[in-house]
Design a protein around this ligand. Structure first.
Ligand SMILES: C[C@](O)(CO)[C@H](O)COP(=O)(O)OP(=O)(O)OC[C@H]1O[C@@H](n2ccc(N)nc2=O)[C@H](O)[C@@H]1O
Ligand SMILES: Nc1ncnc2c1ncn2[C@@H]1O[C@H](COP(=O)(O)OP(=O)(O)OP(=O)(O)O)[C@@H](O)[C@H]1O
Length: 321
């Protein structure tokens, strides 16, 4: 089955503190956008190995599925096709947890369109697609709560990606799950989600040609030095009321404090977008390097895209979902 694995942008990111496990407590507003990878998941059952009916099916994270192999391919030669790929790890986790009594091959094909190492949750969205795909193929009937509990083990952005893909891919039969949705307030490490009404906007995205490590950004920023923080509740109100003044005033990403200083190409992209594109608001997504600008008018956004598309090779004009 094929799942559209959507990218996200962060309309705000506040970092509250550091946790004992090294992760940071955050408060963010996340929004799915109409830019996606196509992830095709196939299960080829090994007919010579009949499932052992006597084996209990309760999850046991210590035991791998009996004789399950994973074969992953992508259209990007530089992306890993083994356990370093998040989609591979998702398949492996699903097999270990829920499919110990089967044998066969999981075949994953990823057609990448979301820029890599961009702050757009490309890897997380691929992992979410594999969890959702296998849930359907193996008829496990897991709801989003169980899938999110599993997904957060792969990455902090995976639960949000699961919620969005469940809402947007009808073939997953999860669109009515109460946790499905495309815009959410995320807390904890990003995995505690409260769905809100999505922001309807046009988005100009531009990724400078650098890769940014999320761990390095969280590790490098100085929590005590943060002066400007988003008012998340006011942002949520602004989205609800379509009050674009309230929205733009409260769209703040505190990770910019580190990334904009550290990488001049992000600063350049943001400044250029503000000056030339004149969006309602421009902000870095996630830990960067992608910068996005929001437009309420498609015409104005498209004109800005035409002027700015040469700035970075990976520049897109899309809409929120
Ligand atoms: C920047 C965001 O993309 C915003 O949505 C996320 O917070 C990051 O999500 P992600 O890439 O899925 O993050 P993970 O793969 O789980 O973590 C990568 C690294 O980022 C740091 N990390 C991530 C999330 C978080 N709440 N606190 C952290 O400190 C940790 O050092 C972690 O080792
Ligand atoms: N399926 C995948 N797609 C993209 N990158 C992957 C994948 N699997 C592993 N990676 C690796 O993960 C790293 C981060 O890539 P990714 O595109 O997920 O970053 P990101 O958009 O910044 O994610 P986030 O916004 O969640 O922090 C890269 O080094 C990349 O090689």
């Amino acid at each position: 089955m094929t799942v559209n694995a959507y990218a996200k942008i962060n309309l705000s990111i506040d970092v509250i503190g550091k946790r004992p496990d090294g992760y940071h407590e955050v408060l963010m507003v996340m929004q799915q956008i109409d830019l996606f990878d196509k992830v095709t998941v196939k299960w080829i059952e090994d007919q010579s190995e009949k499932p052992d009916q006597k084996q209990e099916t309760a999850p046991n994270p210590n035991q791998m599925g009996k004789g399950i192999s994973i074969n992953l391919s992508t259209n990007l030669p530089f992306l890993p096709d083994d356990h370093r790929n998040l989609a591979y790890r998702a398949a492996s986790l699903m097999a270990e947890t829920y499919c110990r009594n089967r044998a066969g091959e999981i075949r994953i094909k990823i057609e990448k369109r979301i820029p890599v190492s961009a702050g757009l949750a490309g890897g997380s969205s691929n992992a979410a697609a594999v969890l959702l795909g296998l849930n359907r193929i193996w008829e496990l009937d897991l709801g989003l709560t169980s899938l999110m509990d599993l997904g957060v083990k792969l990455g902090a952005d995976v639960p949000f990606c699961l919620a969005g893909q469940a809402a947007l891919n009808e073939n997953l039969c999860l669109q009515w799950d109460e946790r499905a949705g495309t815009c959410a307030v995320a807390s904890g490490i990003g995995e505690q989600l409260e769905q809100i009404k999505p922001l309807k906007c046009w988005v100009l995205l531009s990724k400078p040609p650098i890769a940014v490590s999320t761990a390095q950004v969280y590790g490098g920023m100085d929590l005590a030095a943060i002066k400007n923080r988003p008012n998340t509740m006011e942002l949520v109100c602004g989205i609800k009321e379509h009050n674009y003044h309230k929205i733009s005033k409260n769209m703040v990403n505190v990770l910019e404090n580190y990334s904009l200083k550290e990488y001049s190409s992000i600063m350049y992209t943001k400044n250029k977008m503000v000056e030339t594109g004149k969006p309602m608001k421009a902000l870095m997504s996630g830990s960067g390097p992608t910068v996005f600008g929001l437009y309420t008018s498609r015409k104005k956004g498209k004109e800005a895209f035409e002027r700015l598309k040469y700035m970075n090779k990976e520049t897109f004009f899309i809409k929120t979902l």
